[in-house]
Write a protein that binds this ligand. Structure first.
Ligand SMILES: Cc1cc2nc3c(=O)[nH]c(=O)nc-3n(C[C@H](O)[C@H](O)[C@H](O)COP(=O)(O)OP(=O)(O)OC[C@H]3O[C@@H](n4cnc5c(N)ncnc54)[C@H](O)[C@@H]3O)c2cc1C
Length: 378
């Protein structure tokens, strides 16, 4: 099958590209295995049962422009030299391609039973954690969370579940371990200490330089200590969502594709990458994985796809860092423009505001606005 314009992935980047091409007169195929677009930053809230599922998703049918056809399939391979991709059973040839499939949790070569590990990369993951944790709390007198990975996702998830247990009247142990020696390495010492103090004040045991050595589906061992009957969460890394990309393309260790300034791949001018699929390097380390870079990168990539198609020169992506806020249930840490730091409840409000503004419908926007107004969950 031949398609002129293909977008792989309908997250923030893919949807913005679709919107940029809305009035192009081109037919676009958006390939995504999910029937809905998901608001990933709100997944820890969903996993902890603090918000309703409706707030974090919208069906593609409702939000895609009329010139975009949603092909519900997962892309398993892309052959850049042949100009083809494998989507489910279909082999599709493309003229122009945008790779915007985001990232998925990376289990590396972990030998632990996968069905007893809880990672958080998708709506399905959040649903599963919510269901399994509720069941675990019901069946367990002395619940204990073990979280591998002290990045933002691991810490957010740990706190969301910890407070869920508290709300259920259970005293829940929390151990958060990471083989690296530093918590949240992108933060300056003072801000890192703030997060650490909050976690320890809640009774969390943060063990740096410690890896999970064994996990049999129920009991785990880490740094010489045994944790019995744990609820085990895995947040130790992520990788590109498309398993097999063949061609002469530069990659980061997590699989992200190195792009030219206009977000095309250097040896393939008809192929672009944006959002978490792209390694955008501008005189420094690659941009972090974040909603705003995906949102504006997707829009730029969409416009450049059209320019390329019309034989016009493409334009560089000029990312603007609008800062970031990461919530840890009822506190937060964040950095706003002009170097301002935000902490505590104001940051939680800002996070919910962002989840509303970048959401997919007015109803979802209004729901998060209400949450931001309250400044708390219950
Ligand atoms: C738990 C969590 C919390 C986060 N919190 C924040 C935050 O607070 N602030 C912030 O700025 N960023 C946050 N992020 C990061 C942010 O969500 C991402 O940077 C952003 O979603 C990237 O957008 P994207 O469009 O590249 O990918 P995504 O939003 O991940 O969308 C990718 C799309 O591709 C589809 N897809 C996946 N695999 C395939 C495949 N094989 N074939 C076809 N389609 C596929 C998916 O179904 C999805 O629709 C968080 C991420 C997670 C996981």
């Amino acid at each position: 099958m031949k398609r002129s314009l293909v977008i792989v992935g309908g997250g923030f980047a893919g949807q913005q590209a679709c919107n940029a091409l809305r009035r192009s007169g081109e037919r676009i195929a958006l390939i995504d295995p999910s029937p809905v677009a998901a608001m990933l930053p709100a997944l820890p809230d969903l996993a902890g049962g603090w918000i309703s599922e409706g707030l974090v998703q919208r069906s593609f049918r409702e939000i895609l422009p009329p010139n975009v056809e949603h092909v519900q399939a997962a892309v398993s391979a892309i052959d850049l030299d042949a100009g083809t991709l494998q989507a489910g059973e279909q082999t599709i040839a493309y003229d122009q391609l945008l790779i915007a499939a985001g990232s998925v949790p990376n289990f590396y070569d972990s030998p632990f039973p996968r069905d007893r590990m809880h990672a958080l990369g998708s709506l399905d993951d959040a649903r599963r954690i919510r269901r399994d944790f509720e069941e675990y709390l019901r069946d367990t007198d002395r619940p204990h969370l073990l979280v591998a990975g002290t990045g933002f996702t691991g810490l957010e998830l740990a706190m969301s579940l910890f407070f869920r247990a508290k709300a259920a009247g259970k005293s829940c142990g929390v151990a958060i371990v990471d083989p690296t020696p530093v918590l949240l390495p992108s933060l300056p010492d003072k801000q890192r200490q703030y997060v650490l103090d909050f976690l320890t004040a809640q009774g969390a045991e943060v063990r740096l330089g410690v890896a999970v050595e064994s996990f049999d589906g129920q009991n785990a061992r880490a740094g010489g200590r045994t944790y019995e009957n744990v609820f085990f969460c895995w947040a130790a890394g992520s990788k590109l969502a498309i398993p097999d990309i063949r061609g002469n393309v530069g990659r980061l260790r997590d699989g992200r594709l190195k792009t030219a300034p206009d977000l095309s791949l250097p040896n393939y001018p008809n192929v672009f990458a944006a959002g978490d699929s792209a390694a955008v390097e501008r005189n420094g380390p690659p941009l972090r994985k974040a909603v705003n870079f995906a949102y504006y990168g997707g829009r730029r990539a969409g416009r450049n796809l059209l320019r390329r198609l019309r034989g016009r020169p493409t334009r560089p992506f000029r990312p603007v860092d609008l800062g970031w806020v990461v919530p840890f249930h009822e506190t937060s840490i964040g950095r706003l423009p002009f170097g301002l730091w935000v902490r505590g409840r104001p940051g939680v409000r800002l996070h919910h505001l962002m989840c509303g503004l970048r959401n997919y419908s007015f109803a979802n926007f209004a729901g998060f606005l209400k949450l931001a107004g309250k400044g708390k969950y219950a």
